[in-house]
Design a protein around this ligand. Structure first.
Ligand code: CP
Length: 329
C-alpha cells in the first residue's frame, strides 16, 4: 500500500510525475477522477489552506471528505504507546485509525512538531503510528518532519514561473516570528528544491540549524540532481541574485539550547523591499502562509511585484489532486 507522508516515501520519480500532472490538469478544474472516493482528514492542529484545498479536491473530483478536529469535534486522542488512559483522552490512535480506515479510501493527518526536541520531532512518531494502524493510504497534511504537499506546490509554482527549477539560484531564508514554529515547511522546501536541481542558499541566524538528517537527505538529492546547497548566516548574501526567495520562520535548533524568545529577537531578518531588490530582477517571493505581515515580511513585499504567495497557495489544490489520483487510482 502506498503512503504519501514524506518525499522519500513518495519517491523522486513520482514527485516529477505528480507535479507534471498537476501542471497539465490546471486547465481541467472539474476533473472527476476521485468519483465516489472519500478522504478522511484528521487534524491535530489548525489549518486554512490544507483543509480547504483537500476538501475542494475531493468535492470537485466527484468524491467527498470527512473532516475531524481531534479533541474538538471528536474525542481527545491518545497516541502514546502503553499509555495508562486515565486522563482526558478517551480514544487511542490504535482504535481510531483502523476504525476510520473502514469508512474512507485515504486518511490525511496533520500533526505539528512539539518543538521540544528536534531528534524526537525528526522521528515523526504520530504519523508513523497512523501509517502502522491504517489499512488505507495515509497522506501527510504536515507532520513533525515534513509538509510534502507544500513542497510540491512550491515546486509547481517555481516551474510555472521559470519553466524548470533545474539550476535556479534559490534563497531559503529564516524570518523572525513571535513564537517558535515547526521546521516541516523549510525541511520540505529544502528536500524538494534539492531533488529538482536548484542551487540553494539557506540563511538563518546561528542556533537555528535544520536537523542534520534532513540536511544529509537534501545533500544526497542535490548530488543526484546536480543541484547544490550552501548555508550562511548572512541573509543578504543568500538573497543576492536569487531568482526565488522563500521566507519562513522556524524555531531554534533544540541542540543549540537557545531560549524560545530568541525567535523574536532578530527583527533585522524581516524580508524588506531592500532585500528583494538585491535578488534577481525577475525574482519571485514565496511563503507557505499564514504569514505575519511586518514581522516576517514587510507588507510592501507581500503586496508587491515579487509576491507569488496566492498562486503558491492555489497550487496546493492542483498538486494534491494529482497526488490523490496517484495514490488512489
Ligand atoms: N501552508 C499551509 O499548510 O497552510 P495551513 O496551515 O493554513 O493549512
Amino acid at each position: 500500500m502506498k503512503h504519501a507522508t514524506s518525499l522519500a516515501q513518495i519517491g523522486l520519480a513520482n514527485l516529477e510525475t505528480i507535479v507534471a500532472a498537476a501542471r497539465t490538469w490546471k486547465s481541467e478544474p472539474h476533473r472527476k477522477h476521485l468519483r465516489d472516493k472519500i478522504l478522511g482528514m484528521l487534524f491535530f492542529n489548525p489549518s486554512l489552506r490544507t483543509r480547504a484545498s483537500f476538501e475542494a479536491v475531493m468535492l470537485r473530483g466527484g468524491g467527498g471528505a470527512i473532516v475531524l478536529d481531534a479533541g474538538n469535534n471528536t474525542w481527545k486522542v491518545e497516541e502514546r504507546e502503553g499509555a495508562v488512559m486515565d486522563e482526558d483522552r478517551p480514544e487511542h490512535l490504535k482504535e481510531a485509525v483502523p476504525v476510520l480506515s473502514r469508512y474512507v479510501d485515504a486518511l490525511g493527518v496533520r500533526t505539528f512538531a512539539a518543538g521540544a526536541d528536534d531528534d524526537v520531532d525528526h522521528e515523526d512518531r504520530i504519523i508513523r503510528a497512523v501509517e502502522r494502524y491504517s489499512t488505507v493510504p495515509v497522506v501527510s497534511m504536515e507532520s513533525a518532519r515534513e509538509h510534502p504537499c507544500q513542497g510540491m506546490a512550491d515546486l509547481l509554482t517555481i516551474e510555472e514561473r521559470f519553466g524548470s527549477a533545474q539550476g535556479l539560484p534559490v534563497a531559503l531564508t529564516w524570518t523572525p516570528h513571535i513564537k517558535p514554529l515547526p521546521k516541516a515547511v523549510p525541511n520540505s522546501f529544502l528536500l524538494t528544491a534539492a531533488a529538482r536541481g536548484c542551487h540553494l542558499r539557506v540563511a538563518h541566524p546561528r542556533g537555528f540549524e535544520l536537523h542534520p538528517n534532513v540536511i544529509a537527505e537534501a545533500q544526497r538529492y542535490a548530488g543526484a540532481s546536480v543541484g547544490s546547497i550552501s548555508f550562511t548566516q548572512d541573509q543578504a548574501e543568500a538573497i543576492r541574485g536569487a531568482r526565488v526567495v522563500y521566507a519562513k520562520a522556524w524555531g531554534p535548533a533544540t541542540a543549540a539550547g537557545l531560549p524560545p524568545e530568541s525567535v523574536r529577537a532578530q527583527s533585522d531578518w524581516m524580508i524588506s523591499p531592500q532585500q528583494m531588490n538585491n535578488a534577481s530582477e525577475d525574482a519571485v517571493f514565496l511563503h507557505c502562509l499564514p504569514v505575519r505581515r511586518n514581522v516576517e515580511v514587510a507588507e510592501s513585499v507581500l503586496d508587491g511585484r515579487w509576491s507569488c504567495v496566492i498562486d503558491q497557495a492555489e497550487n496546493r489544490f492542483h498538486v494534491q489532486r494529482a497526488l490523490l489520483e496517484w495514490l488512489l487510482n
